[in-house]
Design a binder for this molecule. Structure first.
Ligand code: AMP
Ligand code: ZN
Length: 473
């Protein structure tokens, strides 16, 4: 390949050529997944979309990717400093459901949103609560290696035992130590963190387990070290998450793995930068946050949000506004229409000349596109190459084939799109109209029946913000 893949590694703080650790083998990718005590907000999805683009870029470069994502369903406390309540137990109180029920509910909602945003499913999706034994074994080894101590509320990691602790975030550990700005309680050092927390005396938690140290639950960070090692080995290619994970969560994952097996877990550490709202951090804990479902209710296609995320480089923050989302929706619609027009023009040409019209991706454009993607995922510039392709004047089949290849990275489903009611027969349109009326009057069983009838007639109905579209199945 003319432009080898280069990625920005936050550990070394450099742009480095990406070489798989196992040449010819699978690339190991671990991405920190959602904490399922509530719905995810669109900020979370910006990070997951960056990770989806990264995975597609690796595939674009011929790699097979083993992607592992965890579901945090226990142990993430309301404060990253190991104080406060477990977010799951708090979420259970808020909703009146059990912690197990909300884990299931919000995991399901997350997976549905992932699909709506056309993200590729991970190879392994693993829950923290299904890996308690692995986490206990991990902590036991860290203890054996002399990195732990006990307080009245848990087993802690002694960060002073690791000279390079905090390197990922370039933490000023000594400064924190000297200042002692934070109340460290029984902790020996401000940066020490919990590996295992004891259930409070007299408290009956919904999620708790026996361990060699007493009944309780794992700290938040240990799940990722344990599951990453189980599914990807001691040292794998890339570890990702949002930028907020750099100073605490990822720093502590590295500390734990280093204490157990002596590696820094991953060769590359990559982070998606935040989506802001009114120039402030968008956070679930802030109470008010934007969900994907809310955008859909307001008539937006989830892929318009995906397009919006493509317009900004993952290593810069992005301020969300509805004006920007409107612009993304318009651009997406134009791109879809453009690709559709190329497909139709090509069909017409083929039937007029009754011969095959090549339809191969343009090598020069492919190379330019690849060099943008391989330059640390410069997707905004890759999008510009796509627009140039769309507006070019070479034969439509070639341009169409080029754009459909580009869409393997963008994930905008350009090949699937058809304009509203393309060439549906009157009877099919009548069924669709009847279904619209049924939906408007909230007659859901009738609407479902009409959808089934459309299916039986060989048509798919897609609900759109401005009505619907009919597609042949
Ligand atoms: P959580 O469900 O809180 O564990 O977060 C899931 C993912 O979203 C993590 O990788 C976070 O780092 C990331 N994240 C949280 N808030 C934002 C935000 N405002 N913008 C982008 N990513 C975020
Ligand atoms: Zn993690």
């Amino acid at each position: 390949m003319l432009s080898p893949l280069r990625l920005y590694d936050n550990f070394t703080r450099t742009l480095r050529a990406f070489e798989p650790l196992k040449p010819g083998g699978e690339v190991g990718l671990y991405t920190c997944g959602p904490t399922v005590y509530d719905y995810q907000h669109i900020g979370n999805y910006r990070t997951f979309l960056f990770e989806d683009l990264l995975k597609r870029a690796l595939e674009w470069n011929g790699c097979r990717v083993r992607h592992v994502m965890n579901i945090t369903d226990v142990g993430h406390l309301t404060s990253d400093a190991d104080t406060g309540e477990d977010k799951m137990e708090k979420g259970a109180r808020r909703t009146g459901k059990s912690a197990w029920e909300i884990a299931q509910l919000y995991t399901g909602a997350f997976l549905a949103d992932m699909k709506a945003l056309n993200m590729e499913a991970p190879s392994v999706l693993c829950r923290a609560t299904d890996h308690i034994a692995e986490q206990i074994a991990f902590i036991a080894d860290i203890e054996k290696n002399g990195f732990t101590y006990r307080t009245s509320d848990g087993i802690y990691f002694d960060t002073s035992k690791q000279p390079d602790y905090g390197y990922l975030a370039r933490l000023d550990v000594k400064g924190q130590e000297a200042g002692k700005r934070v109340d460290v309680g029984e902790k020996r050092n401000p940066t020490d963190f919990a590996l295992w927390k004891f259930s409070a005396p007299g408290e009956k938690r919904q999620m708790e387990w026996d361990s060699p140290w007493g009944r309780g639950f794992p700290g938040w960070h240990i799940e990722c070290s344990a599951m990453a090692q189980k599914y990807l080995g001691d040292y794998f290619d890339i570890h990702c998450g949002g930028e907020d994970h750099i100073p605490v969560h990822h720093t502590n994952e590295i500390a734990q793995t280093e204490a157990r097996v002596g590696t820094r877990l991953a060769n590359f550490w990559m982070h998606g930068y935040f989506l802001l709202s009114n120039d402030a951090k968008m956070a679930k804990s802030a109470g008010e946050f934007l969900r994907l479902a809310y955008l859909v209710e307001r008539g937006y296609d989830p892929l318009a949000y995906r397009y919006l995320c493509l317009t900004a480089h993952y290593r810069g923050q992005l301020n969300f506004t509805f004006e920007a989302l409107d612009a993304a929706a318009v651009a997406l619609e134009r791109m879809r229409q453009g690709v559709y027009a190329l497909r139709k023009a090509d069909d017409a040409l083929r039937s007029a000349e009754s011969e095959e019209d090549g339809g191969q991706p343009d090598p020069a454009l492919m190379e330019r596109f690849t060099s943008e993607i391989n330059n640390d995922l410069n997707v905004p510039r890759a999008l510009a190459v796509a627009w140039e392709t769309l507006r070019g004047d070479s034969p439509p089949a070639g341009r169409c084939a080029t754009l459909l290849r580009f869409d393997e990275i963008f994930g905008l489903k350009l090949a699937d799109w058809v304009p509203k009611n393309e060439t549906a027969p009157d009877a099919v349109v009548a069924l669709a109209e009847a279904r619209v009326r049924a939906r408007r009057s909230k007659a859901w069983p009738e609407a479902d029946r009409l959808r089934a009838e459309l299916h039986a007639a060989g048509w798919e109905m897609e609900d759109r913000p401005d009505g619907y579209a009919l597609k042949r199945k």
